[in-house]
Design a binder for this molecule. Structure first.
Ligand code: HEC
Ligand code: HEC
Length: 443
């Protein structure tokens, strides 16, 4: 039996003609690969940046000043603690579990529209759970999930969960009136291409009305290098104008490592022991180090497309267009001139985002405005890489706070400008919904 089955398989393969080109394999390294064709010098630079992304930072003063400066207050020791293999993080399932790849943004009400969030006078703009010896970490956030069930048109029931957060072990007194926003780490491949999309292209998309009454808007934030206002594109509310500033912001916000763009440790005036702690140089991260790590993140290859000619995936692509998903999740964007990184110039790529802000309705709202982004607005999440994430990390969470355990749950949370698209999905037959998910898994 076995032999004849094998023979039949061989015959069928032979009948199919020459083997189709192999699909790129998805493995844990899928999002860690460089763009193809880097020169030897550039490859060296990529590897230098990669070490900075992967290494654990240590407390100052250390013998090696290249790697010290961690804290006084921080969240994790390394970029990869939250961005393991450049993939996505997930949310703890029980309140006793610590957040591994998440953070909580904080601010107090009362800023003028368009301004940066006003940092909390004692806890700053992000809860730092850890402190170096002698300096207590700020506290911890526990997540409890509240679930409810939605029914799709064909009777299928889907359980959704949303987080309720409690602050515990607060070391610097009561929080008082505060705006909070829970964030899970997004995957970070292909970002150099997004950095190289001309601001004028983003403005042009924001000026175009889309079907279903959809219209994206740009955020405007200070470019700390030039001092001018610039269009935002990184961060989940597009509050960072470029990749270099986003990365410098992560260094100071998540690990309290200062750089030329963020020269001050994140100790508030009320945190006196924090302010007196030793530091690892002024700034702690050199401009050359910031350049190398930015080069690394910028030159990570976008996730490879797979199975795009499989019949189910082709039907799913049609459903994606038919449901109105592409009004925000724009299939393709193009980079412009990129004098700094020529390898990224004038490329067309498929991130499935417009990088613009959209009102996603009250259920996804965090109520914490950030520059021009309102409390109900989020940047359209890029959909490339969705199919690779589960192969990279065990527990991945979708949407800004990781509440969605899979792609279907993420779709069913859409509201606001995306309400009609959600309804079309929920009203579609199971076969069409499955095809849509198969398409998203192929990106
Ligand atoms: C504590 C977990 C944590 C650590 C540590 C961390 N990140 Fe992040 N990262 C996040 C979260 C959460 C976001 C989304 C932030 C937001 O919008 O508020 C993010 C966003 C980003 C983005 C923007 C992605 C996008 O699509 O806009 C980049 C790039 C990035 N991080 C790089 C880094 C680098 C480089 C480091 C190390 C210096 C680092 N991160 C350390 C959690 C972390
Ligand atoms: C009005 C704009 C808009 C439309 C229309 C829209 N989305 Fe989204 N989508 C977003 C935004 C914004 C987010 C991020 C929301 C958040 O993080 O809370 C998102 C997030 C997602 C995510 C989660 C991705 C991640 O990395 O967490 C998936 C999956 C997704 N959308 C799929 C779809 C599909 C499929 C459709 C069509 C049925 C659709 N979206 C229609 C704006 C839109």
């Amino acid at each position: 039996m076995k032999t004849s089955a094998a023979l039949l398989a061989t015959l069928l393969l032979a009948a199919a003609g020459p083997a189709a080109p192999a699909e790129p394999a998805i493995d844990r390294e899928t999002l860690t690969r460089p763009l193809p064709g880097l020169s030897a010098d550039d490859t060296e630079r990529f590897l230098r940046g990669r070490s900075l992304f992967r290494q654990s930072w240590v407390i100052a003063p250390a013998r090696d000043h290249e790697v010290d400066g961690l804290g006084p207050l921080y969240n994790r020791l390394a970029c990869i603690s939250c961005h393991a293999k450049n993939g996505r993080g997930g949310a703890p399932s029980r309140p006793e579990e610590r957040m591994q790849s998440m953070l909580v943004r904080l601010s107090v009400p009362g800023r003028k529209p368009g301004e940066a969030p006003r940092a909390h006078p004692v806890y700053g703009d992000q809860l730092n759970e850890e402190g170096i010896p002698g300096i207590p970490g700020e506290g911890r956030v526990q997540i409890r999930w509240r679930t409810h069930t939605v029914r799709l048109a064909d009777g299928t029931r889907v359980e959704l969960r949303e987080p309720r957060t409690t602050f515990v072990e607060l070391a610097y007194g009561k929080l008082g009136p505060v705006l909070t926003s829970l964030r899970v780490s997004p995957h970070v491949a292909g970002l150099g291409l997004l950095d190289a999309v001309p601001a004028s292209a983003l403005e042009a998309m924001a000026a175009e009305a889309q079907p279903d009454g959809i219209r994206g808007s740009v955020n405007r934030v200070a470019d700390r290098r030039t001092g001018a206002l610039a269009v935002g594109r990184f961060g989940l509310k597009s509050n960072m104008p470029n990749l270099r500033q986003q990365i410098a912001g992560a260094f100071v916000g998540d690990m309290s490592i200062t750089s030329e763009l963020f020269p001050d440790e994140n100790c508030t005036p009320a945190q006196t022991t924090c302010r007196r702690a030793p530091h690892g140089g002024k700034p702690e991260l050199s401009a050359a180090q910031l350049d190398d790590i930015t080069f690394y993140v910028a030159h990570l290859a976008p996730p490879p497309r797979r199975n795009d000619t499989a019949p189910e995936v082709v039907r799913g692509a049609a459903a994606f267009a038919g449901f109105g998903c592409a009004a925000c999740h724009r299939p393709t964007l193009s980079s412009g001139d990129s004098p700094q990184y020529p390898a990224l110039a004038h490329r067309e790529f498929a991130p499935y985002t417009d990088l613009l802000l959209h009102d996603m309705g009250p259920r996804l709202a965090d109520g914490r405005p950030d520059h021009l982004a309102g409390g109900r607005q989020w940047r359209t999440a890029p959909l490339w890489g969705l199919g690779a994430l589960a192969a990279i990390n065990e527990d991945v969470g979708f949407l800004h706070d990781g509440r969605a355990r899979n792609i279907e749950e993420a779709i069913l949370w859409h509201g606001g400008e995306a309400e009609k698209a959600r309804q079309r999905y929920a009203g579609a037959p199971a076969e069409r919904r499955r095809a849509l998910i198969a398409f998203l898994q192929s990106l």
